[in-house]
Design a protein around this ligand. Structure first.
Ligand SMILES: C[S@@+](CC[C@H](N)C(=O)[O-])C[C@H]1O[C@@H](n2cnc3c(N)ncnc32)[C@H](O)[C@@H]1O
Length: 328
Protein backbone atom coordinates (compact mmCIF):
# COMPACT_ATOMS: atom_id res chain seq x y z
CA UNK A 1 0.00 0.00 0.00
CA UNK A 2 1.38 3.35 -1.05
CA UNK A 3 1.31 6.60 0.92
CA UNK A 4 1.61 10.35 0.56
CA UNK A 5 3.15 11.91 3.68
CA UNK A 6 2.43 15.54 4.61
CA UNK A 7 4.39 17.38 7.35
CA UNK A 8 6.64 14.31 7.29
CA UNK A 9 9.14 15.67 9.85
CA UNK A 10 11.95 13.19 10.53
CA UNK A 11 9.63 10.37 9.45
CA UNK A 12 8.47 8.70 12.68
CA UNK A 13 4.96 8.14 11.37
CA UNK A 14 6.27 6.84 8.03
CA UNK A 15 8.75 4.55 9.78
CA UNK A 16 5.94 2.80 11.69
CA UNK A 17 3.91 2.43 8.50
CA UNK A 18 6.94 1.12 6.63
CA UNK A 19 7.51 -1.51 9.33
CA UNK A 20 3.88 -2.59 8.79
CA UNK A 21 4.42 -3.04 5.04
CA UNK A 22 3.36 0.36 3.64
CA UNK A 23 5.53 2.45 1.33
CA UNK A 24 5.71 6.23 1.35
CA UNK A 25 6.00 7.24 -2.30
CA UNK A 26 6.41 10.96 -1.70
CA UNK A 27 6.75 13.18 1.37
CA UNK A 28 6.76 16.92 2.09
CA UNK A 29 8.01 19.16 4.88
CA UNK A 30 8.95 22.82 5.00
CA UNK A 31 12.07 22.22 7.08
CA UNK A 32 15.38 21.28 5.44
CA UNK A 33 16.66 19.22 8.40
CA UNK A 34 13.47 17.15 8.28
CA UNK A 35 13.85 16.66 4.54
CA UNK A 36 17.52 15.60 4.90
CA UNK A 37 16.66 13.21 7.74
CA UNK A 38 13.73 11.74 5.84
CA UNK A 39 15.84 11.27 2.71
CA UNK A 40 18.65 9.55 4.63
CA UNK A 41 16.33 7.06 6.32
CA UNK A 42 13.77 6.49 3.56
CA UNK A 43 15.94 6.18 0.46
CA UNK A 44 13.13 4.58 -1.57
CA UNK A 45 10.83 7.60 -1.11
CA UNK A 46 10.87 10.99 -2.78
CA UNK A 47 10.93 13.90 -0.35
CA UNK A 48 10.66 17.64 -1.01
CA UNK A 49 10.93 20.84 0.95
CA UNK A 50 7.56 22.48 0.36
CA UNK A 51 4.94 24.50 2.24
CA UNK A 52 1.83 22.28 2.39
CA UNK A 53 -0.48 25.30 2.30
CA UNK A 54 0.85 26.06 -1.18
CA UNK A 55 0.84 22.49 -2.50
CA UNK A 56 -1.62 21.36 -5.20
CA UNK A 57 -2.34 17.90 -6.65
CA UNK A 58 -0.79 19.10 -9.94
CA UNK A 59 2.48 20.10 -8.21
CA UNK A 60 2.60 16.75 -6.42
CA UNK A 61 2.21 14.90 -9.74
CA UNK A 62 4.89 17.05 -11.30
CA UNK A 63 7.37 16.37 -8.48
CA UNK A 64 6.44 12.70 -8.51
CA UNK A 65 7.16 12.66 -12.25
CA UNK A 66 3.92 10.73 -12.83
CA UNK A 67 0.33 10.91 -11.57
CA UNK A 68 0.34 9.97 -7.90
CA UNK A 69 -1.30 6.61 -7.11
CA UNK A 70 -1.52 6.22 -3.36
CA UNK A 71 -4.06 4.56 -1.06
CA UNK A 72 -3.59 6.80 1.90
CA UNK A 73 -2.32 10.09 3.28
CA UNK A 74 -0.59 10.40 6.65
CA UNK A 75 0.41 13.56 8.47
CA UNK A 76 0.63 15.41 11.74
CA UNK A 77 0.71 19.20 11.25
CA UNK A 78 2.82 21.20 13.75
CA UNK A 79 1.38 20.95 17.23
CA UNK A 80 3.24 23.66 19.18
CA UNK A 81 0.50 26.21 18.55
CA UNK A 82 -2.06 23.89 20.24
CA UNK A 83 0.18 22.47 22.95
CA UNK A 84 -0.66 23.26 26.58
CA UNK A 85 3.07 23.39 27.35
CA UNK A 86 3.42 26.34 24.96
CA UNK A 87 2.82 29.39 27.15
CA UNK A 88 3.09 31.76 24.19
CA UNK A 89 0.00 30.62 22.27
CA UNK A 90 -1.70 33.31 20.21
CA UNK A 91 -5.04 33.28 18.42
CA UNK A 92 -3.56 34.39 15.13
CA UNK A 93 -0.69 31.84 14.98
CA UNK A 94 -0.45 30.99 11.25
CA UNK A 95 0.14 27.33 12.18
CA UNK A 96 -3.51 27.12 13.28
CA UNK A 97 -4.55 26.96 9.64
CA UNK A 98 -2.30 24.02 8.65
CA UNK A 99 -4.75 21.22 9.57
CA UNK A 100 -7.25 22.97 7.28
CA UNK A 101 -4.61 23.06 4.52
CA UNK A 102 -4.20 19.30 5.04
CA UNK A 103 -7.97 18.74 4.78
CA UNK A 104 -8.28 20.92 1.66
CA UNK A 105 -5.50 19.08 -0.14
CA UNK A 106 -7.03 15.77 0.91
CA UNK A 107 -10.35 16.83 -0.59
CA UNK A 108 -8.81 17.85 -3.90
CA UNK A 109 -6.76 14.65 -4.15
CA UNK A 110 -9.71 12.46 -3.21
CA UNK A 111 -11.87 14.06 -5.90
CA UNK A 112 -9.33 13.28 -8.61
CA UNK A 113 -8.34 9.76 -7.48
CA UNK A 114 -10.09 8.21 -4.52
CA UNK A 115 -8.01 7.61 -1.40
CA UNK A 116 -8.82 4.75 0.97
CA UNK A 117 -7.85 6.46 4.19
CA UNK A 118 -5.97 9.21 5.96
CA UNK A 119 -4.36 9.52 9.39
CA UNK A 120 -3.98 12.78 11.32
CA UNK A 121 -1.98 13.16 14.54
CA UNK A 122 -1.80 16.01 17.02
CA UNK A 123 -1.54 17.00 20.69
CA UNK A 124 -4.43 16.60 23.16
CA UNK A 125 -4.30 20.40 23.65
CA UNK A 126 -6.34 20.59 20.45
CA UNK A 127 -9.30 19.14 22.38
CA UNK A 128 -9.11 21.78 25.15
CA UNK A 129 -11.60 24.64 25.53
CA UNK A 130 -9.27 27.10 23.80
CA UNK A 131 -9.00 25.12 20.55
CA UNK A 132 -12.08 22.90 20.55
CA UNK A 133 -13.87 25.07 17.95
CA UNK A 134 -10.85 24.66 15.65
CA UNK A 135 -10.76 20.91 16.18
CA UNK A 136 -14.47 20.62 15.36
CA UNK A 137 -13.92 22.74 12.26
CA UNK A 138 -11.02 20.52 11.07
CA UNK A 139 -13.14 17.42 11.61
CA UNK A 140 -15.96 18.88 9.53
CA UNK A 141 -13.45 19.63 6.75
CA UNK A 142 -12.16 16.03 6.86
CA UNK A 143 -15.69 14.72 6.75
CA UNK A 144 -16.51 17.06 3.87
CA UNK A 145 -13.48 15.66 2.01
CA UNK A 146 -15.36 12.35 1.81
CA UNK A 147 -14.24 10.44 4.90
CA UNK A 148 -15.95 8.74 7.82
CA UNK A 149 -14.09 10.10 10.86
CA UNK A 150 -12.89 8.13 13.89
CA UNK A 151 -11.05 9.89 16.69
CA UNK A 152 -9.25 8.79 19.82
CA UNK A 153 -6.51 9.79 22.24
CA UNK A 154 -3.91 7.04 22.51
CA UNK A 155 -0.94 7.00 24.87
CA UNK A 156 2.21 5.57 23.26
CA UNK A 157 3.25 4.00 26.58
CA UNK A 158 0.43 1.46 26.12
CA UNK A 159 1.67 0.55 22.66
CA UNK A 160 5.20 -0.68 23.29
CA UNK A 161 6.87 2.74 23.44
CA UNK A 162 8.93 3.38 26.62
CA UNK A 163 7.46 6.87 26.87
CA UNK A 164 4.31 8.57 28.16
CA UNK A 165 2.93 10.32 25.08
CA UNK A 166 -0.81 10.88 24.76
CA UNK A 167 -1.75 12.05 21.28
CA UNK A 168 -4.97 12.66 19.37
CA UNK A 169 -5.42 10.51 16.29
CA UNK A 170 -8.04 10.91 13.61
CA UNK A 171 -8.46 8.05 11.16
CA UNK A 172 -10.62 8.72 8.11
CA UNK A 173 -12.02 5.99 5.89
CA UNK A 174 -13.35 6.78 2.43
CA UNK A 175 -17.15 6.67 2.72
CA UNK A 176 -17.69 5.67 -0.91
CA UNK A 177 -14.86 3.14 -1.28
CA UNK A 178 -15.34 1.46 2.09
CA UNK A 179 -18.97 1.90 3.14
CA UNK A 180 -18.96 -1.36 5.14
CA UNK A 181 -15.53 -0.99 6.76
CA UNK A 182 -15.45 -1.48 10.52
CA UNK A 183 -12.73 0.48 12.27
CA UNK A 184 -11.23 -0.93 15.47
CA UNK A 185 -8.54 1.00 17.34
CA UNK A 186 -5.38 -1.00 18.11
CA UNK A 187 -5.37 -2.90 21.37
CA UNK A 188 -2.75 -1.95 24.00
CA UNK A 189 0.30 -4.18 24.40
CA UNK A 190 0.38 -6.11 27.66
CA UNK A 191 3.83 -5.00 28.82
CA UNK A 192 4.87 -1.43 29.64
CA UNK A 193 8.47 -0.84 28.49
CA UNK A 194 10.94 0.97 30.73
CA UNK A 195 13.85 3.37 30.45
CA UNK A 196 16.17 0.70 31.91
CA UNK A 197 15.59 -1.98 29.30
CA UNK A 198 15.87 0.63 26.53
CA UNK A 199 19.03 2.58 27.37
CA UNK A 200 20.90 0.94 30.29
CA UNK A 201 22.97 -1.38 28.05
CA UNK A 202 24.36 1.53 25.99
CA UNK A 203 27.98 2.71 26.31
CA UNK A 204 28.45 6.29 27.58
CA UNK A 205 27.83 8.95 24.90
CA UNK A 206 30.37 11.51 23.77
CA UNK A 207 30.00 15.10 25.00
CA UNK A 208 29.11 17.69 22.41
CA UNK A 209 32.00 19.96 21.44
CA UNK A 210 32.92 22.09 18.49
CA UNK A 211 33.77 19.96 15.47
CA UNK A 212 32.45 16.77 17.08
CA UNK A 213 32.68 13.81 14.76
CA UNK A 214 30.95 10.94 16.55
CA UNK A 215 31.73 8.57 13.73
CA UNK A 216 33.67 5.92 15.61
CA UNK A 217 32.09 2.60 14.61
CA UNK A 218 30.69 1.66 18.01
CA UNK A 219 28.98 5.02 18.55
CA UNK A 220 25.76 5.98 16.82
CA UNK A 221 26.01 9.42 15.13
CA UNK A 222 23.32 10.77 17.48
CA UNK A 223 24.87 9.31 20.64
CA UNK A 224 26.13 12.62 21.97
CA UNK A 225 24.91 14.75 24.86
CA UNK A 226 25.40 18.25 26.18
CA UNK A 227 28.38 18.88 28.49
CA UNK A 228 26.84 18.79 32.00
CA UNK A 229 27.79 22.31 33.07
CA UNK A 230 25.26 22.93 35.85
CA UNK A 231 26.55 22.38 39.42
CA UNK A 232 23.52 20.16 39.96
CA UNK A 233 25.20 17.43 37.92
CA UNK A 234 28.23 17.48 40.22
CA UNK A 235 26.34 17.75 43.52
CA UNK A 236 25.55 14.36 44.95
CA UNK A 237 21.81 13.95 45.58
CA UNK A 238 20.83 17.12 43.68
CA UNK A 239 19.20 15.29 40.80
CA UNK A 240 17.14 12.41 42.09
CA UNK A 241 15.88 9.60 39.90
CA UNK A 242 12.21 10.11 39.00
CA UNK A 243 12.07 13.71 40.28
CA UNK A 244 11.89 17.11 38.60
CA UNK A 245 13.64 20.35 39.47
CA UNK A 246 11.52 22.77 37.47
CA UNK A 247 11.15 22.19 33.73
CA UNK A 248 14.86 22.12 33.09
CA UNK A 249 15.99 19.22 35.25
CA UNK A 250 13.65 16.25 34.95
CA UNK A 251 15.48 13.08 35.91
CA UNK A 252 14.08 9.89 34.41
CA UNK A 253 13.29 6.85 36.55
CA UNK A 254 14.97 3.61 35.47
CA UNK A 255 11.95 1.40 35.91
CA UNK A 256 9.28 3.64 34.37
CA UNK A 257 8.63 4.80 30.83
CA UNK A 258 10.18 8.19 30.01
CA UNK A 259 8.23 11.41 30.35
CA UNK A 260 7.09 12.81 27.00
CA UNK A 261 10.07 13.63 24.81
CA UNK A 262 9.28 17.27 23.92
CA UNK A 263 12.35 19.34 24.56
CA UNK A 264 11.89 23.11 24.53
CA UNK A 265 15.10 25.17 24.90
CA UNK A 266 17.23 22.04 24.71
CA UNK A 267 15.83 20.97 28.10
CA UNK A 268 16.62 17.36 27.33
CA UNK A 269 15.68 15.01 30.18
CA UNK A 270 18.35 14.08 32.70
CA UNK A 271 19.74 10.51 32.53
CA UNK A 272 18.54 8.38 35.49
CA UNK A 273 22.11 8.43 36.87
CA UNK A 274 21.71 12.21 37.42
CA UNK A 275 25.20 12.81 36.01
CA UNK A 276 24.27 14.18 32.56
CA UNK A 277 21.41 14.74 30.14
CA UNK A 278 20.28 12.01 27.75
CA UNK A 279 22.00 11.66 24.42
CA UNK A 280 19.86 12.30 21.35
CA UNK A 281 20.25 8.61 20.46
CA UNK A 282 18.88 7.61 23.89
CA UNK A 283 15.91 9.93 23.34
CA UNK A 284 15.38 8.34 19.91
CA UNK A 285 15.32 4.85 21.42
CA UNK A 286 12.87 6.05 24.08
CA UNK A 287 10.70 7.00 21.12
CA UNK A 288 11.01 3.50 19.64
CA UNK A 289 13.10 4.52 16.62
CA UNK A 290 15.08 1.58 15.22
CA UNK A 291 18.79 1.55 16.10
CA UNK A 292 19.77 2.25 12.50
CA UNK A 293 17.76 5.50 12.27
CA UNK A 294 19.85 8.70 12.11
CA UNK A 295 18.76 12.30 12.71
CA UNK A 296 20.47 14.92 10.55
CA UNK A 297 21.12 18.60 11.26
CA UNK A 298 22.89 20.59 13.95
CA UNK A 299 22.34 20.22 17.69
CA UNK A 300 19.11 22.21 18.03
CA UNK A 301 17.66 20.57 14.93
CA UNK A 302 18.27 17.07 16.27
CA UNK A 303 16.71 18.05 19.61
CA UNK A 304 13.64 19.45 17.81
CA UNK A 305 13.30 16.50 15.45
CA UNK A 306 13.39 13.87 18.18
CA UNK A 307 10.75 15.87 20.08
CA UNK A 308 8.37 16.24 17.15
CA UNK A 309 8.38 12.74 15.70
CA UNK A 310 5.49 10.35 16.12
CA UNK A 311 6.70 7.23 17.96
CA UNK A 312 7.19 4.63 15.17
CA UNK A 313 5.86 1.75 17.32
CA UNK A 314 2.64 3.72 17.93
CA UNK A 315 2.35 4.36 14.18
CA UNK A 316 3.00 0.67 13.47
CA UNK A 317 -0.01 -0.27 15.62
CA UNK A 318 -2.24 2.13 13.68
CA UNK A 319 -0.92 0.85 10.35
CA UNK A 320 -1.62 -2.77 11.33
CA UNK A 321 -5.14 -1.80 12.44
CA UNK A 322 -5.68 -0.12 9.05
CA UNK A 323 -4.48 -3.20 7.18
CA UNK A 324 -6.89 -5.32 9.20
CA UNK A 325 -9.77 -2.90 8.65
CA UNK A 326 -9.23 -2.70 4.88
CA UNK A 327 -8.58 -6.43 4.57
CA UNK A 328 -5.04 -6.04 3.24
C1 LIG B 1 4.78 17.30 14.43
S1 LIG B 1 5.96 17.48 13.16
C2 LIG B 1 5.68 16.04 12.18
C3 LIG B 1 6.32 14.81 12.69
C4 LIG B 1 6.19 13.63 11.77
N1 LIG B 1 4.81 13.26 11.57
C5 LIG B 1 6.95 12.43 12.31
O1 LIG B 1 6.34 11.48 12.73
O2 LIG B 1 8.19 12.47 12.31
C6 LIG B 1 5.27 18.74 12.16
C7 LIG B 1 6.10 19.08 10.94
O3 LIG B 1 5.42 20.04 10.17
C8 LIG B 1 6.40 20.80 9.48
N2 LIG B 1 5.77 22.02 8.96
C9 LIG B 1 5.41 23.13 9.64
N3 LIG B 1 4.80 24.01 8.81
C10 LIG B 1 4.77 23.44 7.58
C11 LIG B 1 4.26 23.85 6.33
N4 LIG B 1 3.66 25.03 6.17
N5 LIG B 1 4.40 23.02 5.28
C12 LIG B 1 5.03 21.82 5.42
N6 LIG B 1 5.52 21.37 6.61
C13 LIG B 1 5.38 22.17 7.67
C14 LIG B 1 7.47 21.01 10.52
O4 LIG B 1 8.71 21.32 9.92
C15 LIG B 1 7.46 19.67 11.24
O5 LIG B 1 8.45 18.82 10.74
Amino acid sequence: MHLLSLFCGPGGLDEGFREAGFKTDIAFDVDQDCVSTFAANHPDSKVFRRDISKLSPATIDELNESPLRVSGVVGGPPCQSFSVSNVHQTDDDPRHSLPAAYANLLKRLNKQRPLSFFVFENVPGLLGVKHRHRYDHFKSLFSDAGFEIFENTLDARNFGVPQVRPRVFIVGLNRTLHPEAVWNWPKPEVRIRTVRETIEPLPAPVFNRRGLDPSSPDVHPNHWCMVPRSKKFQTKGALIEGQSWGRSFRTLAWDQPSWTVAYGNREVHVHPSGSRRLSIYEAMLLKSFPKSYVLKGHISAQTRLVSEAVAPRMAWHLAVALRRCLGI
